[in-house]
Design a protein around this ligand. Sequence first.
Ligand code: FAD
Ligand code: NAI
Length: 466
Amino acid sequence: MSTYDVVVIGGGPGGYNAAIKAGQLGMKVACVEGRETLGGTCLNVGCMPSKALLHASELFEAAAGKEFATLGIQVQPKLDLVQMMAQKAESVAALTKGIEFLFRKNKVEWIKGWGRIEGPGRVVVTDRDGQQQTLSAKDIVIATGSEPASLPGVQIDNQRILDSTGALSLPVVPKHLVVIGAGVIGLELGSVWRRLGAQVTVVEYLGRVCPGLDDEVAKTLQRSLTKQGMSFKLSSKVTQAIASPVGVELSIEPAAGGLAETLKADYVLVAIGRRPFTEGLGLENVGLSPDARGMLANERHQTSTPSVWVIGDVTSGPMLAHKAEDEGVVCIERIAGHAAEVNYNTIPNVIYTRPEVATVGKTEEQLKAEGRAYRVGKFPFMANSRAKINHETEGFVKVLADERTDEILGVHMVGPSVSEMIGEYCVAMEFSASAEDIALVCHPHPTRSEALRQAAMDVHGAAMQA
Ligand code: FAD
Ligand code: NAI
């Protein structure tokens, strides 16, 4: 039996960062991963391949549509889907190999196979040939991630009815893609296939897109995606989907009940959320049981069995790679006896559509519910010189600050490159900055980041450029 200080189960952003941190702190550490490659959902079938296709499809549409022509560039692009998929696969392979390199560098042992907890401090790993080995550890970190949620009456086969993994590797551009769920996966992957030529219809149970997102931001995003050609059927539920070798027939009803209608598609993407993954993990052997949503509870990453820890998608909080990463690092620091915390209030959220969405902190809806007095500063990209010169004027920056102290409580942006700009406000909020602090800081001209400063100035009605 091999003995470790820490055994991490799962090699995604939560698990691999935890394992690397443990190695850096001089712990003897193993990371158990059942997939053939490291990196988890994020690197293999999530963040990275989706961003590869979003980038490529955005350029394709810019070249194929009016955008290049407006700039005086005449081209007639031709889609090479095989090459688009190949470059995606190549980048993903390079990234997963990168984690292998980091494991070697930080003395993390990668144990290939599926881990099962047999009792406190004991993990049995079964490899793909059925060979078993037992690992013993002072502490076990569960970082087993999540899987797509399923919908009764809609059987995912990844032939015609797809989850996100299937929708990242379609062999052809669908004629009509129906997306169930107007959340982040539905809008990102719906955008990819629409840009490449598909008709895309998004069916959403609620009366709005992206629940949880600032209302004004969500409306602006939906308006923009509609203008781009995406159709939305809100307040609607899919009750059945019947797949055949040539397509899918869906039954759709109003969410509140009423007459059903039929919708035909050649592919359907089910994107109604993800659920924690703990199958076959042996939680019962350490007295743990997930809640009704499959979620494993934690108290600052520690479960009710003190030597078993839990991080990432499999536990509470947003299902985001950077949240899993932070939890991985902090969990190991705590195992090492150091003081460490994740500040959940400054975890950003980004949707990589066009325009992009980027938010951090509280929404107006949340502040109203809390009864907290706040001021709003807003600045439209229409008034930002760089956005104007680049013909990317959709969207705005909205800053919410405490009415009394001026502390920044939330920032909500929709517009060009906002994913790259939200970090400024994460740092500001981490240091409890006021809107005035940002308003007083010189920003380079001409950049879209000037809109961040102008929105902060507008909190006190003093924006200079709009
Ligand atoms: P995971 O990445 O799911 O890793 C868990 C790993 O554990 C898996 O590799 C699994 O094989 C392994 N495992 C499970 N059980 C066992 C076991 N018993 N033994 C051994 N191994 C096991 N987040 C963002 O922040 N930004 C994005 O742009 C983004 N885009 C996304 C796009 C898509 C299409 C999807 C599906 C997700 C996206 N996410 C994004 C979410 C992000 O992928 C997850 O939040 C992140 O991967 C969670 O990390 P994790 O380590 O908790 O779990
Ligand atoms: P989601 O929670 O973002 O959206 C699901 C949507 O489906 C919601 O709008 C919900 O109201 C709707 N819905 C639920 N049941 C439905 C039903 N029966 N019929 C119609 N609509 C229904 O979940 P999604 O898009 O599947 O993504 C899962 C998670 O993956 C996200 O929550 C996010 O944490 C992560 N992710 C993050 C990305 C990013 O950071 N850019 C990109 C992709 C995924």
